[in-house]
Design a protein around this ligand. Structure first.
Ligand code: PGA
Length: 251
């Protein structure tokens, strides 16, 4: 990928059948991606569709593929789980770790996040670590401390974090019930992340109710290297429009 590129990606979460996933990938593959120079697109399908999406995009594709989760062990008696080697085998070159939905509903902790980050790096798969504070913490002024603690825990014992992406995703901004973050809401956290991790990690991304309408103002916040998008990129035409828009900003 191009150094200094703006990351723009989407997790499809628990949406899309195989046919829908392949149709999305086909539409994306039909676009001449040279028009996205300076941008690094990535998509994170459900695990059931990873291999099909990889095959549809083709091996020359600039679009990086990711998995939404992976276990820290390489193999074994972990019913229902997928390992990093398995998702990598299906096409994942990055793996999302510690999304707030996984922390809230599936018992993901700072400790398991750290184990997973190290497992990903062991296999040469980029960890995309999600961190973010609740509304309560935000309102009490504790965002920086909370996010810094989560990020430090995620990277504990990691000697070389140069393949790590960190996505700051305030819990209060994510999903249908979330409210869009204003640049002034997130600037302080990004300043703190840049001060501590900025030059060591591969990129700092923002996620949570990103839209075509607020992408430009978010990317203007110092230290924001990219956008991690949910709902606003689940339709392929919307994702393409967003990639065009972001590429136009840096042209
Ligand atoms: P959203 O999701 O863009 O739909 O708010 C973002 C995320 O959960 O990463």
């Amino acid at each position: 990928m191009a150094a200094g590129a703006t990351w723009v990606g989407t997790s499809w979460k628990m949406t899309k059948t195989l046919a829908e996933s392949v149709a999305y990938a086909r539409a994306l593959a039909a676009v001449d991606s040279s028009r996205w120079a300076g941008t690094q697109p990535f998509i994170i399908p459900p695990a059931t569709a990873l291999a099909a999406v990889r095959d549809t995009l083709g091996h020359q594709s600039q679009v990086l593929l990711g998995a939404q989760n992976a276990h820290w062990e390489d193999a074994g008696a972990w019913t229902g789980e997928l390992s990093v080697p398995q998702v990598a085998d299906a096409g994942a070159r990055l793996v999302e770790i510690g999304h707030s939905e996984r922390r809230e509903h599936f018992g993901e902790t700072d400790h398991t996040v750290n184990l997973k980050v190290r497992a990903a790096l062991r296999h040469g798969v980029r960890p995309l670590v999600c961190v973010g504070e609740s509304d309560q913490v935000f309102r009490s002024g504790g965002s920086v401390e909370h996010v810094r603690r989560q990020a430090r825990a995620a990277l504990a014992g990691v000697g070389d974090p140069s393949q790590v992406l960190i996505a700051y995703e305030p819990v209060w901004a994510i999903g249908a019930g979330g409210r869009s973050a204003r640049p002034e809401d997130i600037a302080e956290v990004f300043a703190a992340l840049r001060a501590e991790f900025g030059s060591a990690v591969e990129g700092l991304l923002y996620g949570g109710s990103v839209t075509l309408g607020n992408a430009a103002q978010t990317l203007k916040v110092p230290a924001v290297d990219g956008l991690f998008v949910g709902r606003a990129a689940w339709a392929v035409d919307d994702f393409i429009a967003l990639l065009d828009h972001v590429s136009g900003l840096s042209a």
